[in-house]
Design a protein around this ligand. Structure first.
Ligand code: PEP
Ligand code: MG
Length: 327
């Protein structure tokens, strides 16, 4: 089955009634771009750049960043590459930075992600310079993780502007019009999605964190894993809100959390209006195959029925049953 799906990988992912659903890949290391390409990904929808710092005690230079990004862009060609700025902290703390993160007992709610980048602007600027330089040769988009307020977004964008001015003054070639988006992974941002949509070019819903913060259950703590439930009705509602805000403001929205790599959620997500998914590379052929079996009215009917259910376990059973009927 796996081999057959791999052969299907390069097929276009289109619903039975002809609607194109882009399926991109999530990567952590530049080498994984090959796996995306081989499975027919419509680009890299999430490049988790912090992995450059994990498993090493070395400092990373602008050139290290630049080389890594170049490699991904060269592999992917003309398709989009969404480079997420460093998402360090919580479960991702490099040895060399332990000191910075040593305060606080609750790392998921502490100094992590974009907060780290705004706290250590040298680190942030080094990365942004490399992204803008590498972007000259591809369809690169910049994405800020774990944004929780408009002020934070504006600060990040201001630093990006400063970096562009520096590159300009130094006469270094860079991409001037790189689109800028945010991860929607904090409920505050989902609630204010219309306001955020005015200030960014795209959203990408990070369901891994969005679920943990919506349901107040640490995603990496097995003791509370039963509270962490992707099929919870609150998650369907919050995804629907974000999609509605993006579409009312005319910006694109992707789901890049684990939820979009789980086959049973595909009809629901398509039915909620998603037309872009970013998934683990291994899952690409299977996700495309499901899409090719679906029609939009069928997906919308599934989403509408799922929204009438009150309990996560009922949503889960229902979605499993619908998937079995489709494939
Ligand atoms: C997410 O939170 O859903 C996400 C894609 O980011 P990460 O898993 O890297 O936190
Ligand atoms: Mg996240």
């Amino acid at each position: 089955v796996a081999e057959r799906l791999l052969l299907l990988g390069p097929q276009v992912s289109e619903t039975r009634d002809g609607v194109r659903i882009k399926v991109m890949g999530n990567i952590e290391f530049p080498e994984e771009a090959e796996a995306c390409k081989a499975r027919g990904a419509d680009g890299v929808g999430l490049y988790r750049t912090e992995f450059l710092y994990l498993g090493t005690n070395e400092e990373r230079t602008e050139d290290d960043h630049y080389q890594a990004y170049r490699k991904v862009i060269e592999t992917i060609g003309d398709a989009p590459v969404v480079i997420r700025t460093l998402d360090l902290g919580a479960d991702k703390v490099p040895g060399s930075m332990r000191q910075m993160f040593s305060t606080g007992d609750n790392p998921e709610l502490g100094l992590r992600s974009i907060r780290v980048s705004l706290h250590d602007q040298t680190l942030f600027k080094t990365q942004l310079r490399a992204v803008l330089r590498a972007a000259v040769d591809g369809d690169v988009r910049i994405m800020f993780p774990l944004v929780s307020s408009l002020i934070e977004l504006r600060q990040a964008k201001m630093i990006l502007r400063d970096v562009k001015e520096d590159l300009e003054e130094q006469g270094i070639p860079f991409a001037r019009n790189t689109p800028v988006g945010i991860m929607v992974e904090v409920p505050a941002v989902a609630l204010l999605a219309e306001d955020f949509a005015r200030e960014v070019d795209f959203f990408s819903i990070g369901t891994n964190d969005l679920i943990q913060y919506t349901l107040a259950a640490d995603r990496s703590d097995p003791v509370v894993s039963k509270y962490y439930n992707s099929a919870d009705p609150s998650i369907i509602r919050i995804v629907r809100m974000v999609v509605a805000a993006a579409s009312s403001r005319g910006i694109s929205v992707t789901v890049c959390g684990q939820m979009s790599s789980d086959p049973k959620f595909i009809p629901l997500l398509v039915g909620l209006g998603l037309r872009h998914l970013s998934v683990t590379p291994q899952a690409i052929p299977e996700i495309k195959e499901i899409i090719r079996h679906l029609t939009i009215p069928q997906a919308e009917e599934i989403a509408s029925r799922a929204q009438q259910l009150e309990l996560a376990r009922d949503v889960e059973t229902f979605l499993r049953g619908e998937l079995n009927k489709i494939c």
